[in-house]
Design a protein around this ligand. Structure first.
Ligand code: DC
Length: 209
């Protein structure tokens, strides 16, 4: 079984994805980590994440152990990830890794921006998770503070606005809802309500599992 979760930054897809994966006994892949790790590798090598050559080299050299670096959680890595993500050769280089995980038994929950449209168009269930910009910024701000990071609300908001723009407007695999995806707006829902709505949709799609 493959579940595709797409949506903008801080919409709640990560929380939902981990919970669904645990519930169904599936693997879970946060595909944003691949882009963040690629961007971070470029930064650490002293390069510019928007340089196609440097970014593509980093994407091709990516190894799974790079996905556990705590620095990937910082906004610097998120911005760099969003910059390398507009480069078509980077996306191509990261595609096989994502599809390999998706197709290993017993299946997986993948979250990202283009899972339902490009990575796994054949997914059993697709959900587009979204929330109002201010709600997402507030959630991200609280999450960063809870981790002891020195976050400033206007900077968090600006980071999300910038990334949303870049992720939605790029030419290749932009953030877009697949026509067959459930639109799940989490602005006024708590985590349990989001999980219940997703479960009901998946049960419907997969015949009640
Ligand atoms: O989900 P995230 O915030 O960790 O993603 C970081 C960046 O990676 C995001 O701004 C855009 C890019 N990304 C992408 O282009 N495609 C994906 N499937 C996942 C993330």
């Amino acid at each position: 079984m493959i579940v595709a979760l797409d949506g903008p930054a801080a919409s709640g897809k990560g929380t939902l994805g981990r919970r669904l994966a645990a519930h169904f006994g599936l693997r879970y892949l946060d595909t944003g980590l691949l882009y963040r790790a690629t961007g971070l590798a470029v930064l650490r090598a002293g390069g510019d994440p928007s340089d196609p050559e440097a970014a593509t080299t980093a994407a091709r050299a990516l190894t799974p152990d790079q996905l556990h670096d705590p620095a990937l959680r910082h906004d610097e890595a998120a911005q760099a990830g969003s910059m390398v993500a507009v480069i078509p050769a980077v996306r191509t280089a990261l595609l096989a890794f994502q599809r390999d995980i998706a197709h290993q038994p017993p299946g997986a929950v993948l979250d990202g921006r283009d899972i339902g449209t490009v990575v796994c168009p054949d997914a059993d269930a697709k959900i587009f998770v979204t929330a109002a910009m201010e709600v997402r910024a507030e959630r991200r701000f609280k999450e960063l503070r809870a981790r002891g990071l020195d976050a400033i609300y206007p900077a968090v908001l600006q980071d999300l606005v910038q990334r949303d723009g870049r992720d939605s407007k790029r030419a290749v695999a932009p953030l877009r809802r697949s026509a067959d995806a459930l639109l799940l707006d989490t602005s006024e829902l708590d985590a349990d309500q989001v999980f219940a709505a997703a479960l009901a949709f998946i049960a419907d799609k997969t015949g009640g599992s």
